[in-house]
Write a protein of this length. Structure first.
Length: 213
């Protein structure tokens, strides 16, 4: 029963884009122009790196990983950028280091180190870190630990984690009281996220107005 739950959870949480979802290709929804042009983005990113901006390191890690924007593809350089971002405390950087060690990208595969990085990323608020810990503990039959991390992800508004808590309830791995409490917390978080989306939309419109005056 636990393995069936794991299989379904794994199928829905595959890393379709690989490590690091950080991108700098956001476009104005009206004119479709890049908010930061490709031509200038690397130059701007390097300036931010000099200021020890963790997201700038994340950006360069992703560029090296994919070989985009005229940069030579290098998993080793990508790993180096993730390490530097992690040293600055970026939760997503620890998450990506976990992926590199889990899959043996530019390093020798080491599941123990991958787990350690996922734990740090989860403690720093990474939902993906919690999702990876769900999978790890299920594979090792640590059902209680897996549900604990699934609850954290669902509490942050992660729909898929909430879906699997529902399945866990049907498999009698959660009580009705626990599920009811989680549903309330999940809905509160989703409502807050919708409010944040509205704020982001208004901010984008403001930036559009500034660019097109």
């Amino acid at each position: 029963m636990h393995w069936m739950w794991l299989q379904t959870y794994d199928d829905r949480h595959i890393h379709k884009k690989g490590p690091s979802q950080f991108r700098n290709d956001y476009k104005c929804p009206f004119c479709q122009q890049a908010l930061i042009s490709t031509k200038n983005s690397i130059k701007a990113t390097k300036k931010l790196i000099k200021k020890k901006n963790p997201k700038a390191y994340m950006k360069m890690a992703d560029v090296y990983r994919t070989g985009e924007e005229g940069v030579f593809q290098s998993d080793t350089k990508s790993l180096e950028m993730f390490i530097l971002a992690a040293e600055l405390g970026d939760a997503e950087a620890f998450e990506n280091l976990g992926i590199y060690y889990k899959d043996g990208i530019a390093v020798e595969q080491d599941r123990s180190k991958a787990l350690a990085f996922y734990e740090v990323s989860a403690k720093r608020g990474s939902i993906t870190g919690h999702q990876e810990l769900v999978r790890f503990h299920l594979r090792h039959m640590n059902v209680n630990e897996s549900i604990k991390h699934c609850k954290v992800a669902a509490s942050a508004g992660d729909q898929e984690s909430m879906d699997y808590l529902m399945k866990a309830y049907k498999d009698k791995l959660l009580t009705k009281q626990e599920l009811t409490q989680m549903l309330r917390t999940f809905q509160t978080s989703k409502n807050a996220m919708k409010s944040k989306d509205r704020e982001n939309a208004l901010d984008m419109i403001t930036r559009f107005d500034d660019r097109h005056r």
